[in-house]
Design a protein around this ligand. Structure first.
Ligand code: FES
Ligand SMILES: [Fe+2]
Length: 446
């Protein structure tokens, strides 16, 4: 069998069965993937959604569970079941006052730990018998994170490098996506689509996209290399550039739903380089919807600009996404993402405005949960295949009572880097040494 034939055969063997597809996509409480995902810190709310003590409570749905977040009088965060244990009224309607959230129906009141502390309608209160489900939280990097797993297995705090830089050097936003979390994640870690889906098709357009004359589009088809690590994997998209150069974009996948990507070469005004890294987290809302968290930061001296925070080219900022409530995108499935066929003919590959809007369009176009048993995978899908394998392994590990990858501190220093270098050297020599900050030591490879 030729090498090429063998590779095709191997990739076909990596396709998921219908059963595996169900297993890896469903995250409600009690499902195998749901239990594995509950072993990690999960971004729940932007800190700015709960800006002040005793402010309005906010609805949030995570992994199929409907919750309410509130900041109490002392500034503590509560993340509790949306529905009052008495007769199930929504606590989103509640009064956030005097160190607790009070249901407006009969006045039962709960503190941030879910303890019932008052029952206005009962002559002989039985508060001690009542408990509201409440999850522990940490606030870090402008994000309120929840832990929904067993209390004796709380993971290391989610100290990604972006959570540790000053606020001036960081930006976080989020946007609702109308499909299962895994197909959104797979779109994010898939480097081969980027210079195709997102390209402009003329140098004469001012529309956002990956420039037709830039290295990403000019580079050849990528070879992918994936190194499995303690937290997931690091991987490189290696593209030949011109006669004698190589363009490498090197990323990290941090279990279970985070990708870290480089944004350095030519990302500044006038095409200068920047010290930027960006990424996403794709967090299940329920099985047919996810919240895409977008973050970017500068690891150098340079702070972010107001223009950076608008995220215009990406379609994630205030011009494109509502900045409260459900954080819905204005361009969405119901209006065909406002595709413009004339622009598709003359300016951009898709005719859809905004790079991440383009991502959401293709991912949402597959339907709520794509049937992976119908796919035809190739070597360009190697990183996606690796992620699926890790997720399926994590399910088994958790079922067997173990800890899944990435619940420790192993990813804290991970950085994504891109470089162009002479063909005579390799990304392991030129890029890899910069992929971990501080002490520069590499994460273990398995
Ligand atoms: S339903 Fe909440 S107090 Fe009765
Ligand atoms: Fe993309």
């Amino acid at each position: 069998m030729s090498r090429e034939r063998r590779t095709q055969h191997e990739e076909r063997a990596e396709m998921l069965t219908r059963e595996e597809n169900e297993l890896v996509t469903r995250t409600a409480a009690g499902t195998p993937m749901g239990e594995a995902m509950r072993r990690y810190w999960i971004p729940a709310l932007l800190s700015r959604e709960l800006p002040e003590p005793d402010g309005p409570p906010v609805r949030v749905q995570l992994l199929g569970e409907r919750l309410v977040g509130f900041r109490d009088t002392a500034g503590r965060i509560g993340l509790v079941d949306e529905f009052c244990p008495h007769r199930r009224a929504s606590l989103w309607l509640g009064r956030n006052e005097e160190s607790g959230l009070r249901c407006v129906y009969h006045g039962w009141k709960y503190d941030v730990a879910g303890n019932c502390v008052d029952q206005m309608n009962e002559p002989e209160p039985f508060c001690h018998k009542i408990h509201l489900k409440a999850y522990p939280t940490v606030e870090m990097g402008g994000v309120i994170w929840a832990y929904m797993g067993p209390r004796e297995r709380v993971p290391a705090p989610p100290r990604f490098e972006w959570t540790r830089v000053p606020e001036s050097h960081r930006h976080v936003s989020k946007v609702w996506e109308e499909c299962n979390w895994l197909q959104a994640l797979e779109g994010g870690i898939d480097t081969s689509h980027a210079p195709i889906l997102h390209r402009t098709i003329t140098a004469k357009t001012a529309r956002p996209g990956i420039p037709v004359l830039g290295a990403f589009v000019r580079g050849g088809k990528p070879i992918l290399e994936v190194d499995v690590t303690d937290y997931g994997y690091r991987y490189a998209g290696i593209r030949p550039l011109g006669e004698d150069q190589t363009y490498v974009r090197a990323y990290h996948y941090v279990m279970p739903f985070t990708q870290i990507r480089p944004q350095q070469l030519g990302r500044g005004r006038d095409g200068r380089d920047r010290t930027m890294i960006a990424g996403h987290m794709w967090v299940p809302i329920d099985d047919g919807n996810c919240m895409v968290w977008n973050w970017m930061y500068s690891f150098g001296k340079e702070a972010l600009t107001e223009e950076d925070r608008m995220e215009r080219g990406h379609g994630n900022g205030p011009d494109h996404v509502e900045q409260h409530g459900e954080f819905r995108s204005l361009r969405n499935k119901r209006n065909n993402w406002l595709i413009d066929r004339q622009i598709q003919k003359t300016e951009t590959f898709t005719g859809i405005e905004g790079i991440n809007t383009q991502d959401r369009a293709v991912q949402e176009s597959m339907g709520p949960v794509v049937d992976r048993s119908q796919e035809h995978l190739g070597p360009a899908d190697r990183a996606i295949i690796a992620a699926r394998r890790l997720l399926l392994q994590a399910i088994t590990t958790v079922q067997d009572g173990g800890d899944p990858p990435g619940v420790d501190a192993s990813y804290y220093h991970a950085r994504a880097i891109e470089k162009i270098f002479p063909r005579s050297s390799t990304w392991r020599e030129t890029v890899l040494p910069e992929m971990y900050a501080d002490d520069g030591s590499l994460a273990a490879v398995h």
